[in-house]
Design a protein around this ligand. Structure first.
Ligand SMILES: CC(C)(COP(=O)(O)OP(=O)(O)OC[C@H]1O[C@@H](n2cnc3c(N)ncnc32)[C@H](O)[C@@H]1OP(=O)(O)O)[C@@H](O)C(=O)NCCC(=O)NCCS
Length: 281
């Protein structure tokens, strides 16, 4: 059976959404359009002869690529397609200059990734809940002219320049993108909202200022009340976990943060209160 990995085009998006739905992941066609806009050559579909059999997405930053959405059609598993997709995603990242490929693995897939040369580096917990927020004076909506400065602030915590993701979030969720200034930018939070719910992603503040992280989070909750809210938190960020528990949020599942390559370009989990997304770091 010949396998070919191609860039995802507009006609593949329904297939990609259907595969994620089968896994119970919350993606819609707009999510895949976003991946294609950011990384047209890293948003991939596997074809066996004339059939689509799997997908993955790779988001390339400077020194790191984040891989996500690795899914093979249930009836086509065990034929090497998953391996081929991940290898192609890693290769894409290397071509973009990355030294390391990162991903958040579900526990059932850890062995699969280990077999492909990935090693565990940490864990990420997904917390969900609904809580009352609190409006504060300091958080304010980000302005387009601040995105470069925000990217510079974010860089030591994310480990790379993620300006392209922040710009995309600004366009999609600009009314739920709050920053905190205190002698320069000192934190931000984005609410990737959808009907009835919201993913808090990303959520970043200096490790020595959990008060800023907390105020930003509560402000976002108050600005978009009565929603089911989810956050993916690195287990090392005790301040974020403590705050979420105090608010009554519950852990729903954990993933294993894994790296392939030299291990550079990873996050500083003390400043990352919420990931930008399990699939894109
Ligand atoms: C995980 C997944 C992508 C694997 O795809 P696949 O096409 O079945 O995998 P492959 O056939 O390429 O397997 C490659 C190797 O990994 C091994 N492997 C596959 N799935 C494995 C698993 N869950 N745990 C351990 N090893 C696994 C295979 O035995 C094979 O080993 P080999 O090279 O020694 O023969 C597929 O099972 C899937 O789509 N699962 C649901 C979605 C999911 O959980 N994705 C991962 C999210 S983090």
């Amino acid at each position: 059976m010949t396998l070919e990995i191609r860039s995802m085009d507009a006609t593949d998006v329904d297939f990609a959404v259907a595969l994620t739905n089968e896994e119970g992941w919350d993606y819609d066609s707009e999510d895949f359009r976003r991946f294609r806009r950011m990384d047209p050559e890293g948003t991939l579909v596997a074809w066996a002869e004339d059939r689509r059999v799997g997908i993955t997405t790779a988001t390339a930053y400077e020194k790191a690529t984040w891989i996500g959405n690795v899914i093979v059609e249930p009836g086509e598993r065990g034929k090497g397609y998953g391996r081929a997709l991940v290898e192609e995603a890693v290769h894409y990242g290397v071509e973009q200059g990355a030294e390391t490929a990162w991903l958040n693995a579900y526990a059932n897939a850890e062995g699969f990734y280990r077999g492909l040369g990935f090693a565990a580096q940490g864990r990420t917990w997904r917390y969900e809940g609904k809580a009352q927020g609190r409006l504060a004076d300091e958080p304010r909506l980000v302005h387009a002219s601040e995105l470069d400065a925000l990217t510079t602030f974010d860089r030591p915590y994310f480990g790379n320049d993620r300006g392209k993701v922040l710009t995309q979030f600004y366009h999609d969720y600009g009314d739920a993108f709050f920053t905190w200034s205190e002698e320069g930018l000192r934190g931000y939070v984005v609410g990737a909202r959808y009907a009835g719910g919201m993913d808090v992603a990303p959520w970043v503040a200096p490790p020595d200022r959990p008060d800023i992280a907390e105020a930003l989070f509560l402000h976002l909750l108050a600005a978009f009340p009565d929603r089911q809210v989810a956050v993916a938190v690195p287990e090392e960020n005790k301040a974020a976990l403590g705050l979420l528990r105090d608010l009554g949020f519950e852990p729903t599942f954990e993933t294993i943060r894994m790296a392939h390559g030299v291990g550079s370009g990873g996050i500083d989990p003390r400043g990352i209160f919420g990931l930008g997304g399990l699939e894109k770091g």
